[in-house]
Design a protein around this ligand. Structure first.
Ligand code: SF4
Ligand code: SF4
Length: 315
């Protein structure tokens, strides 16, 4: 058995992960200073990316709120698909996998913070990590690493889209000094995201933060992906729940779809003053997620619409 096979087997079988891929750490060496693997682990050679699919029953609680107005269940999404259990589970598994790598192969294994929960001091205003990983304080862009490691492709919605679960996955990473005999290649199956034919993510975006037509390109391992032009602050307004239709309990409302950094920072500072506001996530960011929950890739129709769990028409 090769090292690559041994590590993947351990992660699949021992840590119950649904996805595992390995890419050379050099794929992220072109990132800004402080966010390159070698800045974080000077002898970095590889990035091991792994993750779990989100629970469909938890994802559908978002439809209950957004389509039926049943708001008392959104905690299921927040706890099990966004922060608490999924994050703790992945932290624990990441810890175990890092211990296994160091004990078995005598390498260095640096677990990467896998969500804003463990993020260090943000460098700008807070932002949802898919929208602007470095503004959210993440050390590396593990979505790019996931794409390089073959887990999925980048979607118009700036998320990693997998063939079987669309963007409804939770991804973690370990940077290691270990070298592997072979590395995964980017996903090469049928194109998953076609924004011209689909466009659902832009259509459902409550603050019009994700442009339906204008986009940017990102190149990962020589492969080009189209990303929608994303207004990070507009997205943040929705994700932080600064609108009553997204968060009926909000004490802070931001009417503008596209606030300036200063306006967003001011709203955030008012939110921080509210008693009981502090959460493990520093700041709750689960209030939107529409471009994730409604993305049709990953058998969305068969999983949700065909069971009467969403009224949304499938194109
Ligand atoms: S909703 Fe459609 S356009 Fe948006 S990321 Fe998913 S597949 Fe791509
Ligand atoms: S999370 Fe919501 S606000 Fe942000 S881009 Fe997706 S749909 Fe738009």
């Amino acid at each position: 058995m090769t090292k690559t096979e041994a590590v993947k087997n351990r992660i699949f079988a021992g840590s119950d992960m649904d996805y595992v891929g390995i890419c050379p750490s050099s794929v992220l060496e072109g990132e800004p200073k402080g966010h390159r693997p070698s800045d974080l682990l000077p002898n970095a050679k590889s990035i091991i990316v792994f993750g779990r699919r989100l629970i469909n029953g938890s994802v559908q609680t978002k439809f209950r709120f957004m389509e039926d107005g049943v708001g008392n269940i959104v905690g299921s999404y927040s706890a099990h698909s966004f922060v608490l259990s999924i994050n703790h589970l992945c932290m624990k598994q990441t810890y175990d996998i890092a211990q296994y790598l160091e004990n078995t192969f005598g390498c260095f294994a640096m677990p990467v913070t896998n969500n804003v929960l463990q993020a260090v001091q943000p460098e700008g205003n807070y932002a949802p990590f898919f929208a602007d990983p470095y503004k959210a304080g993440l050390p590396i862009d593990f979505y790019k690493a996931a794409v390089a490691a073959g887990i999925g492709e980048m979607g118009w919605n700036h998320r990693v889209i997998t063939p079987d679960n669309g963007p409804r996955v939770y991804i973690c990473a370990i940077i290691t000094s270990m070298e592997f005999e072979e590395y995964d290649k980017p996903y090469a199956g049928p194109k998953l995201c076609d924004p011209v034919k689909c466009g659902v993510c832009s259509e459902v975006c409550p603050t019009h933060a994700l442009d339906p037509k204008k986009g940017t390109k990102v190149t990962i391992c020589g492969k080009e992906y189209d990303l929608g032009k994303l207004d990070v602050n507009g997205c943040s307004v929705a994700c932080f729940g600064f609108r009553r239709q997204l968060n009926p309990r909000t004490g802070v409302v931001v009417d503008k779809d596209s606030p300036t950094d200063e306006e967003l920072a001011e709203a955030l500072s008012r939110n921080f003053e509210k008693p009981g506001f502090q959460t493990l996530d520093h700041i709750p960011m689960f209030h939107c997620e529409r471009c994730l929950i409604y993305c049709p890739v990953g058998n969305w129709k068969e999983k949700f619409a065909d069971h009467g769990l969403s009224d949304r028409e499938v194109k």
